[in-house]
Design a protein around this ligand. Structure first.
Ligand SMILES: *Cc1c(COP(=O)(O)O)cnc(C)c1O
Length: 440
């Protein structure tokens, strides 16, 4: 049966995200119309399949068309699709908030919802500043971020980001945050461990706060893996020290776990590996298993208490239209149920061992540098001066039925948690083949 030319119509009617549209029209960048998904596979209209090795931009956890998540959403759909969350509440949002509080050890018992990651980061920034303001310290109105950090694309989140490609064009619009060194483990000198690099970066943080803490509301970090900055990985020691230093200088710690949350780094939340809890925790992406847009900021009783007052303006008067959407909350509850019922983290640990072994030919490629791995994320830098490497590799991988989108010259893998052994072997083999072809 003939089908309409979706890609042509898409190029005409849409403006695709993070894309120079001319590359599509010039044929440099393929545009693929997807008809359906099943498990880790995406199928186009001709029945050709692609292994979704980046979890559809880091969101999918348990595969496409997951029967359990599908069923939960369908059931919710016939009860209540949406309701205003100001003045009203509903079962899915209450149950989800209670679950999240338990999963963060009861320390982060207040959930504020939005629909995407960037909005969650904006909320955390506003809440942090507003907390200090409510406490009579409005001069604490600046933010501190790590070199190479990424926290979203809105103006507020770009200003706590440090990825030039996304930020530089908008520099005149931003109130730029202050930046401290990243604990990037690749910076280890001979004889130095990742923890040593973390301690060095923590010392720079301490020096910065010693001088500027009066004006700083919060430090925002991506725990353990700085994603869009190039899958920069670091030792948990940094988070442990950052927590201590922030406490010492009365600065909030915001953990942006939008990418690293929900098992990506091996633990349910990345900050657990440092034995700490943040003042604000931002979650999105995997929260709904990659199904529906939902984000949340969790915070503590003491912070919540600074807003709790007779004066309306001391409250947090922030909202988004779809805050706490019931369908999205149901998808999130179904996702958390899978974690509870299937021993997902243990299965992932066994998978990660096998997949790391399968990636050794890539790690040992003569042009590969700094092969690294944290939980269910793998990355390697490719030594090449070719400015088109990223696009070349992307195309070569697609030719081999694999969806991999390098960040600059960094190839990374962030598969859904459902690959079987054959799919893992196929992915590892085709990645090396694509690399050889891209470099040829
Ligand atoms: C993706 C991401 C965001 C932004 O989330 P959106 O839903 O794309 O707005 C923020 N922080 C981190 C660490 C992310 O990976």
């Amino acid at each position: 049966m003939p089908h309409p030319d979706w890609t042509h119509r898409s190029r005409t009617a849409l403006w695709h995200p993070c894309t120079q549209m001319k590359q599509h029209d010039a044929g440099d960048l393929p545009l693929i119309a997807i008809a359906c998904g099943q498990g880790p596979w995406l199928y186009d209209f001709a029945g050709r399949r692609y292994l979704d090795a980046i979890s559809s931009w880091w969101v999918n956890l348990f595969g496409h068309a997951n029967p359990r998540i599908n069923a939960a959403i369908k059931e919710q759909l016939d009860r209540l699709e949406h309701v205003i969350l100001a003045g009203f509440t509903h079962a899915p949002v209450v149950e989800l908030s209670e679950r999240l509080a338990v999963l963060t050890g009861g320390t982060l018992g207040h959930c504020f919802y939005a629909s995407d990651g960037s909005s969650a980061v904006e909320i955390a920034l506003k809440m942090s500043f507003h907390t200090w303001r409510n406490q009579g310290q409005p001069e604490k109105n600046r933010f501190l971020c790590l070199a190479g950090s990424y926290h979203g694309e809105t103006l507020g989140t770009l200003s706590v980001g440090d990825v030039a490609l996304y930020k530089d064009a908008y520099a005149p619009l931003l109130r730029q945050a202050e930046t401290v060194p990243s604990p990037d483990a690749r910076q280890a000198q001979p004889g130095e461990s990742a923890a040593d690099v973390a301690r060095r970066a923590a010392m720079a943080l301490e020096n910065h706060l010693a001088e500027h803490h009066d004006s700083i509301a919060a430090l925002i970090v991506e725990p353990l893996v700085q994603g869009a900055g190039g899958m920069i990985m670091y030792d948990p020691e940094y988070l442990r020290l950052a927590r201590m230093i922030c406490d010492r200088y009365q600065v909030h710690l915001i953990c942006d776990e939008i990418m690293v949350g929900f098992g990506r780094t091996g633990t349910l939340f990345a900050h657990e590996q440092a034995g700490i809890r943040p003042d604000f925790l931002c979650l999105s992406k995997g929260l709904t298993g990659g199904y529906l847009p939902l984000s949340v900021v969790l915070t503590t009783d003491p912070i919540y208490a600074t807003f709790y007052d007779d004066a309306v303006i001391r409250g947090f008067l922030h909202s988004h239209s779809y805050t706490g959407n019931p369908l999205a909350c149901r998808a999130a509850l179904a996702t958390l149920a899978i974690f509870a019922e299937d021993a997902v983290l243990e299965r992932n640990r066994r998978f990660a061992e096998r997949f790391t072994a399968l990636l050794q030919p890539l790690a040992n490629h003569p042009q590969a540098r700094h092969f690294r791995h944290t939980g269910m994320i793998w990355a390697v830098d490719i030594a090449t001066a070719d400015p088109d490497f990223r696009l070349r590799f992307y195309r070569e991988a697609l030719t081999r039925d694999v969806l991999l989108r390098p960040l600059g010259t960094t190839i990374y893998f962030m598969p859904p948690y459902v690959l079987n052994d054959d799919e893992a072997a196929l992915l590892a083999e085709r990645a090396v083949a694509a690399l050889q072809a891209a470099l040829a």
